[in-house]
Design a protein around this ligand. Structure first.
Ligand code: ZN
Length: 274
């Protein structure tokens, strides 16, 4: 069983009903120790006010979600993405986040060139990395399930993400999100390859059968088919002892419920399903 002290509430889980500060206060009320805010929620409540709420409630920030989205049809678009990622690094610093999560982006608009998109991602990361290193904010690449390759992330396996890390050097690592990676027959070996140095985050939710929406129908941990304790075991065997973020996109179920109740169920399930 994972210690409850490692549970971090990814604010995607309550995003329909709670803004950033409401969620920070809700997490603190429930006795959680950490949160993972999203930039759009932080922007709504204000960066300084959100940072103050985090400090006032004594919470850690396991990560800031998210930067990335590097591919664009022209040079101006690619530069705008790089500038936005540099701002995201600054926001992560202001919030005291342990890393900046990157959903790297899919194809450039109108393009069928996935290899080209992957090259833009590598170039974009290389352009942001010096700023991230100077700020001591690690860049955490989150490989997404291949069903999102066109529109969200053209990095789809842990092996791909690790190859990118190896080409970029220090200051970059990976997030293992069970929803995206549970199906990978080589997942155990790839987590081992990543090792403590590259493993920057661990996201949990569950894969429902059937799944009614590819983006917004994730399950509460324990309600689906992912063997989360087994994957957590692989993470720990590789040296990961950081936060475990519960991140549930669920437009028709969990997002509609009373968020205090959702957080209470997250805590309960964390002790049995993680
Ligand atoms: Zn995730």
């Amino acid at each position: 069983m994972a210690s409850l002290a490692r549970l971090s509430l990814n604010l995607a889980t309550t995003r329909l009903r709670w803004g950033a500060i409401e969620a920070i206060e809700g997490a603190a009320r429930a006795g959680l120790r950490a949160v993972a805010p999203w930039r759009d929620l932080v922007a709504k409540d204000g960066l300084e006010a959100t940072a103050k709420a985090i400090r006032d409630n004594g919470l850690g920030v396991s990560s800031l979600c998210r930067g990335g989205m590097f591919a664009a049809a022209d040079a101006a678009g690619r530069q705008a993405a790089i500038d936005d990622n540099r701002r995201a690094v600054d926001e992560a610093t202001a919030l005291g986040a342990r890393s900046l999560v990157l959903v790297v982006g899919g194809l450039a608009q109108g393009s069928k060139d996935i290899a080209g998109a992957r090259a833009m991602v590598a170039d974009g990361l290389a352009a942001v990395l010096p700023h991230a290193r100077a700020a001591a904010i690690p860049l955490a690449i989150e490989p997404l399930h291949p069903m999102y390759a066109a529109d969200r992330a053209c990095i789809n396996t842990l092996a791909q993400a690790l190859d990118l890390c190896d080409s970029l050097g220090e200051g970059v690592g990976v997030v293992v999100d069970v929803y995206h990676l549970w199906w990978d027959p080589d997942l155990e070996a790839r987590i081992e390859r990543a090792g403590k140095r590259r493993l920057l985050g661990f996201h949990v939710s569950d894969w429902l059968v059937p799944t009614t929406d590819l983006l917004l129908d994730r399950g509460m941990i324990g309600d689906g088919v992912i063997d989360i304790p087994r994957i957590r075991g692989w993470m720990e065997a590789a040296g990961y002892d950081g936060a475990i973020e519960i991140e549930i996109f669920s437009a028709e179920n969990w997002w509609k419920r009373d968020p205090d109740e959702v957080v209470a169920i997250c805590k309960e399930r964390f002790e049995t399903a993680v």
